[in-house]
Design a binder for this molecule. Sequence first.
Ligand SMILES: CC(C)(COP(=O)(O)OP(=O)(O)OC[C@H]1O[C@@H](n2cnc3c(N)ncnc32)[C@H](O)[C@@H]1OP(=O)(O)O)[C@@H](O)C(=O)NCCC(=O)NCCS
Length: 197
Amino acid sequence: MSGSVRNVLAELYFKTLRIARQPAYALRGTRVALSSRIEGGCVLVRSCVGRYTYLGAGVYLHTTTIGNYCSVAAGARIGGMEHSWWWGSTSHRISPHNSDGKPTLIEDDVWIGSNALIRQGLHIGRGAVIGAGAVVLRNVPPYTIVAGVPARPIRKRFPDEIAERVVASRFWERRPREARALLEGITFPPRPEDPDR
Ligand SMILES: CC(C)(COP(=O)(O)OP(=O)(O)OC[C@H]1O[C@@H](n2cnc3c(N)ncnc32)[C@H](O)[C@@H]1OP(=O)(O)O)[C@@H](O)C(=O)NCCC(=O)NCCS
């Protein structure tokens, strides 16, 4: 067996182990691509995780589809129950009106900061960034950075013409080496200066 085939098989074996060692209660009805990485303590309910995505420790996903090349920092919560505050009780033991069924969509290459909360039913556009601790109550357009409670846009990641070139590359459909090469063909503006950093 050639070295590269052996490497691919070894990687597959370790990725399978990594997903298989999650306790069953933590992966209820969820599909995770083998190339994605899940740290300990995640709880994933009726969700779907794309390729090359990273979920930090203690991430909670409920009825969420998350794309390729996303980075979700520790403690982020996406989707989950909305309790019936307008009815006689909010308790899941009594209320027939609680809802956890609205699907949430996180497109490719989204970065979600530590302990952010994204309410169920929202659509987070490709390439968006969610600041640490944000509470996201509205859809987020592609390539937009939002932060705060409630989350508000703070800036665009790049000028629109550059975002268009990134989108045209469709790098998120490629393997990492090819994806990086596609992005290296685009000139990005330098990171804005921050005098305090
Ligand atoms: C959202 C984020 C990416 C923005 O980074 P940035 O563009 O360098 O932001 P800046 O420091 O220039 O801040 C821009 C403004 O947004 C505010 N802001 C930035 N991050 C914020 C946050 N998480 N919550 C609330 N406000 C925030 C700043 O106070 C500043 O406001 P001002 O213009 O009124 O002073 C970054 O702050 C962040 O939250 N990163 C996540 C870090 C993390 O969770 N890492 C875990 C490992 S993956």
